[in-house]
Design a protein around this ligand. Sequence first.
Ligand SMILES: Cc1cc2nc3c(=O)[nH]c(=O)nc-3n(C[C@H](O)[C@H](O)[C@H](O)COP(=O)(O)OP(=O)(O)OC[C@H]3O[C@@H](n4cnc5c(N)ncnc54)[C@H](O)[C@@H]3O)c2cc1C
Length: 511
Amino acid sequence: MPDFDVIVMGAGHNALVTAAYAAQAGLKVGVFERRHLVGGAVSTEELVPGYRFDYGGSAHILIRMTPVVQELELGRYGLHYLEVDPMFHASDGEDPWFVHRDAERTIHELNEKFPGQGDAYRRFLNDWTPFADSVADLFNSAPGPLDMGRMIFRSKGEMGMQDQLSRILRPYGDVAREYFSDERVRAPLTWMAAQSGPPPTDPLSAPFLLWHPLYHRGGVARPKGGSGGLTRALARVVEAHGGQIFTGAGVKSILLESGRAAGVELDSGERYTARAVVSGTHVLATVAALPDEVVPDAAKRVRVGNGFGMVLRLALKGKVKYRNHTEPDSRVGLGLLIRNEQQLMKGYGEYLAGEPTTDPPLIAMSFSAVDDSLAPPDGEVLWLWAQYYPYELSRGDWKTRSGEARENILRAFEHYAPGTREQIVGELVQTPLWLEQNLGLYRGNVMHLEMSFDQMFSFRPFMAASQYRWPGVPGLYITGASTHPGGGIMGASGRSAARVLIRDLTRRGWK
Ligand SMILES: Cc1cc2nc3c(=O)[nH]c(=O)nc-3n(C[C@H](O)[C@H](O)[C@H](O)COP(=O)(O)OP(=O)(O)OC[C@H]3O[C@@H](n4cnc5c(N)ncnc54)[C@H](O)[C@@H]3O)c2cc1C
């Protein structure tokens, strides 16, 4: 009799989603996580007394376009989402504007501030909302070989098929220029699209901009108490259905018996057996846990890239005060802080040359404005995400260069909110190396693998493994950002993997 029906390796949010569905379906589940807490890149801890910091993702957007929260009844298990509205405040430092959940309000304010740009925004939403909806649908199911075609055919916009296709195939920077003539509007939208990694000049990258209408559909939200509120709730679902979660329990190897996955051996040497193993780690961590003879060459050839973002997390003793923003709204949503498009391109140029960006555009997040549990009453958490930062540097290493990168991020922010430096009472600097060493994000890629077209849909992580089953090893499944639909807080991969697993193990299929 095996110890478990299902062993899950890693407790990132996707792995926990798979574990929760499996436990809910009556399977005996054991989750083994290397870190001292669950959640991986969706976790939160009090790192400075009185201040709770997220370790990874903070903006919960895509998961609310999946059925995960409802199907797993996460509200009953302690997840409480707080709405973030305005969702974004965009600024070059002089002329800030807001993206509200309400599209009409956004359009109205844009037209008042930048004549004609609200109309352009409306045109953009009208043209691309059907497309964005079809992308969300595809994200919620296992990938198929014809997904690109399905995405286009299903999105019945008013635009002709040819116009639509040619735009989808373009770089998102070009498509943004087609719609928005004012750089003060265009640059922040382009910067938001850059969050998945590829630069605005990459062909086939337009979908990163074209799914923007989804923000108005699903909104932006924060679990009360920090991002980790999601993964803590998922862990409770697993445990409530009889599952067990072990932290500080790294998996050294996946055990095979007659070619089938049969359990795991931990770093401590302990062994546990199961009918099936699900790996929710980076695909290269799965590779490292397997004997070489069952690792296809394609698995070793995945493109992890060379890092791209880093974060400066600050505990402040006072609230953020923007020079030119309307308080308190400017502290609520994600601050898309970019002076112009050139700033983004210059940063990318430095990155290509192996240098940390000297003058980064920023995403500023001060979510203590919506959640008073994150900081003391007069204080604030301020997290500054910046791009681009190579994992492999052309000069020196991250141990010697992190101070300089931290200083440049802070200097860039002081253009918008001077005096912030004097408010700092604690901090965490997350370089690409930090992300690798602490969160298991190889080469600092927060999306696991590059989010380029050659690694999306059926190509993620590689074709033979795109259906969440490891090729050639019955009983071994994979989930996580290394699989379709990729990085981000979504849980869709975890749900799709669960569907395959439960069908195989119970023969009852998906309820
Ligand atoms: C700084 C940062 C900011 C981000 N911002 C956002 C955002 O605002 N919005 C958004 O949608 N997304 C954001 N993301 C991306 C998003 O958080 C990640 O893509 C996503 O959380 C990855 O989830 P996952 O389920 O694939 O697993 P991961 O979070 O990668 O978890 C994998 C888990 O496996 C564990 N593990 C690894 N090896 C082993 C082993 N051998 N044995 C046992 N356990 C192991 C790891 O410790 C980890 O807990 C951000 C990410 C980072 C890092």
